[in-house]
Design a protein around this ligand. Structure first.
Ligand SMILES: [Fe+2]
Length: 296
């Protein structure tokens, strides 16, 4: 542990697993937070990859303001999900106008391991999710550490994927794999497939990690089926219980995670009997890149 070398935190940090995730206690995100406090939160975000706050009452405007501290906030192309007049927020709900479960899961794609926004050239940095209504059974959010996933690959796997690039495609993951409503022509035009390195270097920590997940469709320069098989195999290898954290929600909690170095998914719940509403804000990061040490 690096405990002795890290400056004291100005809040309580309670790790959620030996390595991944921490609960932050003693910060009131419903109030404006100062620059020093945000810098410490950001340092914890880089160290723990997943941060948990609350329960607290967090109005939509405060959630957007907190997101803007991290960087540019994404306005999602799937505009049917915009929440409370804030195009920066994306609400996933299975409730009808009377607050009753409508029997429809709002986005089944979230149940496969993925990283937010990997289907864009400039991908997701932080995702900030607030639990408004939480399911009594199911609807957990699970995380897996992609630094650890890369580090535990054997040398043959590392050599095999060293220079590969994967094409990520939202239309593939939503429509073809999960049977969601087809995207409109305009939405499809806005989201052409993009390629990213299979191993990326985190731009701030300098650590390498696997960057794949469910939006990854095929491998550049490889026959389609071979690329599919490689992606499926690597996605499965990347998820390991020793590297994972499963969050059982309480209403009013806020989760923040770093999409550059974790994959996540939601577990299933029964949309006919359970009520679940979360609102999400995604901060844009950068174009993923692999940095290699300069030769000699
Ligand atoms: Fe997601």
């Amino acid at each position: 542990m690096e405990r002795s070398t890290v400056a004291a935190w100005p809040f309580d940090v309670r790790p959620l697993t030996p390595n991944l995730g921490a609960r932050i206690v003693g910060v009131d995100l419903a109030q404006d937070i100062g620059d020093d406090l945000f810098r410490a939160i950001y340092r914890a975000f880089l160290r723990y990859q997943v941060l948990l706050f609350g329960p607290l009452d967090l109005p939509p405007a405060r959630q957007v303001a907190f997101g803007r501290r991290f960087g540019e906030v994404q306005v999602h192309v799937m505009n049917q999900y915009h929440a409370d007049g804030f195009p920066e927020l994306y609400r996933l709900s299975n409730l009808d106008a009377n607050g009753k479960p409508n029997g429809r899961h709002p986005d089944r794609g979230t149940m496969a391991w993925h990283t937010d926004g990997s289907w864009k050239r400039v991908t997701g940095q932080a995702t900030i999710i607030y639990g408004e209504v939480v399911a009594g059974i199911g609807g957990d959010t699970e995380f897996c550490d992609m630094y650890g996933a890369y580090e535990r690959l054997d040398p043959a796997w590392k050599a095999r994927i060293e220079n590969l690039r994967a094409v990520h495609n939202l239309d593939f993951s939503r429509t073809r794999r999960h049977g969601e409503d087809p995207m409109s022509a305009a939405q499809r035009l806005e989201t052409p497939p993009v390629d990213h390195p299979v191993v990326r270097t985190h731009p701030e920590t300098g650590r390498d990690c696997i960057y794949l997940g469910d939006h990854a469709e095929y491998i550049v320069g490889m026959p389609y089926d071979d690329g599919r098989a490689l992606i499926e195999a690597l996605n499965a290898l990347a998820v390991h219980p020793d590297l994972a954290y499963a969050h059982r929600w309480n209403a009013g909690e806020l989760l923040v995670w770093d999409n550059r170095c974790v994959m996540h998914r939601a577990t299933a719940y029964d949309p006919f009997t359970q009520r679940r509403v979360v609102r999400r804000c995604t901060v844009l990061g950068e174009e993923p890149a692999r940095q290699r040490a300069a030769p000699g």
